[in-house]
Every structure is written in C-alpha cells, then in structure tokens.
Design a protein around this ligand. Sequence first.
Ligand code: IPM
Ligand code: MN
Length: 356
Amino acid sequence: MVDIAVIPGDGIGKEIIPKVCEMLSTIDSSIDFTYYGISSERYLNKGITITDEEIEDLKSYKSILFGAIGDFSVKPGVMEQGVILKLRKELDLYMNIRPAISFKAITGNNINMTILRENKEDFYSDISGNFNEHKTFNKNDGFYNYNGDINIESDDQIYYTMGFLSRKNLKRFFRSAYKIAGSENITVTDKANAVPMYSLWREIAMEEAEPFKREIAFEYADSLAYNMVRNPKKYSYVIAPNLYGDILSDMASSLTGGLGYAPSGNIGDKSSMFEPVHGSAPDIAGKNIANPVASILSSIMMLKHINQTETASIIEKSLENVIGEGIIPVESGGHAGTHEFIEKVKNQCSLLKNEI
Ligand code: IPM
Ligand code: MN
C-alpha cells in the first residue's frame, strides 16, 4: 500500500488534483490518498493557514501531491508564505526539480531542460523587517540614511529582507543536483558579480563538482535569461539559487508550451512534495479550461520518486499518445476541456494497462 497526502488547495488546484488522483487509482488500486483541506476558504472562515499538527502529520508521508494555493480575497503572500514556503522549510525540501520539456505536437520544438532550484534559502528569507523596528544599522552615504534615527513620517523608512546561504545546505544541494544531472551538461547560475553572498554559492558549486569529475559552466542569471530565450537548446541542467530559479523556471516553461506543462518536485531526504509550477488561477477556475498536464506530469514525477515506475510509465505513455492523437488542451488552442482531457488520459491508461 502506498499512502499519499493530497493538498488540492485553491482554484484550479481543487479542480484538477482530485481528478488526477482518481486517474491514478484506476491504474493502481494500491495507492491510497489522504486529503488535507488546507485552503484559502478555510483561512477566510477560520483564520488558519496550516496547523502544527498538519505539518507533523505531513512529515510522515514519503510524498505529497499539491495543487495550488492563493485567492484574490486573501492578501498576497499569506497563503503562499503560510503554506507552500512553510512546507518547503518545515519538511526540509531543499531541492526543487523543474523540468521544461516540450511535447512536439504542442510547441513544434524539442526543448529539454531542467531547472534545479535551491529551495530553502537565498531571498526567501524570514530575516526581514524595517527600520521602524530595528534601529541597528548605521550608515549614511548621502542617499540612504541608516543612522537609526528614522522619522516614520518621512521617506527615511527602509524595509529589508536579508538573503542568506548556508554552507551545510549548499553542500547537500549541489551534491544532489550533480547526481540528478548525471552526465548531461550543467550550467550554474548566480549574480556573483553583483551580490557578494554568491561567492559562497560558486565556491561550493566548484568544490562539490570535484568528486564527480565534472565540467560545469557558470553564467550570470541575466545573461542566462537572455541566452535561454535565444538558444534554449544550449541548456540541459540549470542550477539556480531560489529566487532566480523561480523566475527562470517560469521563463523556461514559456518556451515549452507554457505553465500548463510545467511540473515540479520539491525533494528532501525524507519527504517530498510534487506540484504544478502554475498557481491557483482563480480567474479561470471552475470553467473547465485549465490545463491539467502540469499536474499529470507532477504525479508522474511523484510516482517515479516513490518507485512506482510501472504506473508512472503507463501514465507517461498515455499522455504522449493522447497529445499525439491531437487531443489538445484549451490553453494551447485545442478543444479538450480540463475534465475531458483527464478522462482521455485515464481511458488510454486503462487500455495500456490491459495490454501489459
Ligand atoms: C512557485 C511559486 C512560489 C515561489 C510562490 C507561490 C511563493 O511562485 O512555486 O514557483 O515563489 O516559489
Ligand atoms: Mn514561481
């Protein structure tokens, strides 16, 4: 028996994820799903983002399938920081794998790259505040006035978030990244030319590459963004700090059909959480037009991670067949609504399963 925790969340997450789980059940009845009602709706009713008990509970699963979270009626950041970022930190999910792989029938190209995103540090930091609270800095360079004597009524106010990187975390992150990348080409990105803390990032990137006897290329994130659009085939694995990895993975998906085709896996040594890169998209939720492919791909990544390889390859093949037959999601100019698309993949799965 495999027990998976499911957090459909909000918007299109709630619309797609339970259907994907139903599909998984029809192929493999040994998979059990336990649902968690963590959502903006609950937050609006009860003021709860996620409870400590839920976090403890979720730690006991090898894998979580996550939809999306966030709603127009909740202040931006509350659910994102209170749920997703909290889970990444509390469950110690330090590696975020974000493939951007095109389906030829959708994009006409064959781009295949993966962003490996550090998932806990960098500017995703709680070391934040403003100088109304902390009057500890003392600097006056003519423009900024950090002399600790802030006049709240004036433009002197300064808000800050301190980015940080830790040697311990980066060591395990790079080790894991090089293992994942295997013998494919690797580009490590940062802004070591502008942000001093990335010198540690580079140092550890080089140190950890040594045992793998690997050549790695370094490219500044701005240059990488430029070249990724002009020449995407140059890249196989891109290793990025948290914030640049967030931005670059959206960008990469725009080259391979869009966010509707972008899955991800948040990986730790004990737990893991798989989620489409897209958000809850409340503007299109409930209209049967959201693209379910990113969630289906995320479920495939999850099954591979927990060694359910046969089920994973049935879904993978079915998805390819369905798209290959010209059944195209609305997002990509086709006619297949959310439910019809999942239904087609599910039927294809049953056919393939019977052939085995
Ligand atoms: C993502 C999302 C999150 C992030 C948000 C919702 C906090 O954009 O998973 O890419 O910035 O990591
Ligand atoms: Mn993002």
